[in-house]
Design a protein around this ligand. Sequence first.
Ligand SMILES: [Zn+2]
Length: 211
Amino acid sequence: MNLYTEHAKSFAKIFLHFLFPVSCPVCGRPAEIICPDCAKKFFAEKIIHKKIENLEIFSASWYHTDINQIISLFKYSGVRAFCKPFGREMAKFFPKPDADYLAPVPLHVKSKRNYNQALEIAKGMSEIWNIKIFEGAEWSREMPNRAGLRAEERMKLNSDAFIIPKKIKALRVAIIDDVCTTGMTLLRFSQACEYKGAHVVGAYTLAAVSG
Ligand SMILES: [Zn+2]
C-alpha cells in the first residue's frame, strides 16, 4: 500500500502540513499532527523481531516502506511533534515490556538536529505504557555520525562510547530509537547500560532496515 500516492500525493504536501497543521496529512481529517489510524498504517502486519547477541530488538515497520519518508522528516525541528503520535502507536503495537524506564538512544553530539527524535518517540510510548523516561545518557566523545558509518566502523563502536548516569544501576530498561540499521548502536548502548548495572529488557524502534 502506498499511502502517499493514494492519499497525500506528495512529500511536499506533507511538509507543508507542518507549517499549517490543520489536518492529518494522510487522510485529511481535521486532527492533531497525524491521526492514530493513519500512523499505524505505516506499521508492518506483525512485529519485526531481530536478535543481535543478547539484545532483542522489536520494530514496527520496515525502513524501505513509506515510513522512511516520515523518518526523513524527523530532521526538521518543525516536525518534532510528529514523533510522539508514532510513539503512542508503537506502544499499542508492542506488548508492554517489564521495564522500569524507557531509555532513548541519545542524540549524537555532532547531530545537526536540535532535538532527539528517540526521546520524542519515547515520550509517546511513555504515555501509553506509563513507564518513565530515563534521561541523562549521552555520547561520551565525538565520533563520526553513525548514519555515515560503514558496517565495520559501526562494529568498532564500544560501549564506552556512552556516558550513562550511575542511577541506572539495577533498573530494568527498554531502549528506544527511531531506526535499527545494523543494530550495532542499539547493542553498544545496551552494553553501556548493562555495564552500569542495568538490565536491558529489549530495544524498540519505529523502523528496521531489512537484512
Ligand atoms: Zn489520518
